[in-house]
Write a protein that binds this ligand. Structure first.
Ligand code: BYC
Length: 316
């Protein structure tokens, strides 16, 4: 029988050779645990992320915009489903994940605890929030756990449409009336800093990064991805004819990157700990939906049981 150290060595060798880890493969407990943590939090983010945008479906300015927004929000539900399924392959039940979300034990992305005040927020979310998420998820298409990597491939295909529709929404507003231009700039101002926080704490504060990089769960650090995002957004905002709300943004010739101002980490940790502007509202909405959906889950189970009983009768 193989010793634990040998199993661990063989596991790391597989990772180093870029061989994907699959559900039935041996893996260290900590690898399983951190994947369950990250994948389930990612799934919760997709599902909670439906709420700020769902808020605008009834108020979208045209039938076309309404149809696009409904499709986007529906896509996010699908992303949640792929990810919950990926986490289930690691032995975590869907019921447990839901319970952890509703009890506040499991985290979801800080970004979804901010309010959506105007129509321009739909554009800013698509451009900045989906834009930040894509950078992270493109990296995760190459994550070492097979089911998580494959879920991200599919997510990224849909996500790039989301980002384009957000940018196009802002583009239209940025060429509109003075009020529309002001609304566009205001949305960018409010979403910019929270979008930068999506990448997580700085590398020196990130507790999970070292092991996640060693196991190739993450291929880039939080700060590397954040910098990539800043460099990209600085160019894109010029196309919109708008500005980013950071007086310290400046090209650094030596680093070949843009320098940017200090993120308000006190605000970030406050939001992560449940004290952001909309944390309570988001969890209350999810709890209500869960309670109101109880009869659907009961009916689905009853239907499945009836079908199974009929099949058994036929076989007999
Ligand atoms: N918010 O050690 P670290 C979407 C936590 S949805 C809250 O660096 P890690 C969309 C972190 O969990 C897509 N918590 O962690 C949907 C950890 O606490 P625990 C969202 C955060 O895991 C609808 C602690 O801080 N994308 O696109 O190595 C509409 C220390 O951090 C955050 C994902 O979910 C945060 N921002 O790296 C529109 C991506 N940041 O767990 C759009 C998947 C950190 O030890 N997740 N924390 O208690 C990841 O890639 C990684 O988990 C992170 C953090 C980069 C976020």
């Amino acid at each position: 029988m193989m010793q634990l150290v040998d199993l661990e060595k063989a596991f790391q060798a597989k990772i180093d050779q870029e061989i994907k880890i699959e559900p039935k493969d041996w893996m260290p407990d900590a690898y399983r645990k951190t994947n369950i943590r990250q994948i389930s939090q990612h799934a919760h983010s997709e599902v909670i992320g439906m709420l700020p945008e769902g808020n605008w479906i009834s108020r979208a300015p045209s039938l076309k915009r309404k149809a696009i927004l409904i499709a986007k929000v529906q896509d996010e539900a699908g992303h949640g489903l792929y990810l919950y399924s990926a986490a289930e392959t690691l032995g975590m039940s869907r019921e447990q994940m839901t319970e952890d979300l509703l009890s506040g034990k499991a985290k979801y992305s800080s970004i979804f605890n901010y309010p959506t005040l105007t129509w321009a927020d739909m554009g800013a979310i698509g451009w900045l929030v989906d834009g930040a998420a894509i950078l992270n998820q493109v990296m995760l298409c190459r994550t070492s756990y097979g089911p998580y990597a494959r879920a991200n491939v599919r997510i990224c295909k849909e996500e790039s449409f989301h980002q384009r529709q957000g940018f196009e929404t802002l583009m239209v507003l940025s060429q509109g009336t003075p009020e529309q231009k002001a609304m566009c700039q205001d949305a960018i101002n409010r979403w910019w800093w929270p979008a930068l926080m999506m990448f997580g704490p700085t590398d020196s504060e990130s507790t999970n990064s070292d092991t996640s990089i060693k196991w190739k769960i993450k291929r880039k650090t939080n700060d590397e991805l954040r910098q990539q995002f800043v460099d990209m957004a600085v160019q894109q905002v010029k196309v919109l004819g708008m500005t980013l709300p950071d007086p310290d943004l400046k090209w650094n010739e030596e680093r070949q990157h843009y320098d940017f101002g200090e993120i308000n980490w006190t605000e970030f940790w406050n939001v992560v700990k449940g004290n952001g502007p909309c944390n309570k509202q988001r969890l209350d909405a999810k709890k209500k939906a869960h309670e109101e959906g109880a009869w659907v889950r009961a009916a689905a189970v009853a239907h499945a049981q009836k079908k199974a009983a009929r099949t058994t009768q036929k076989v007999a």
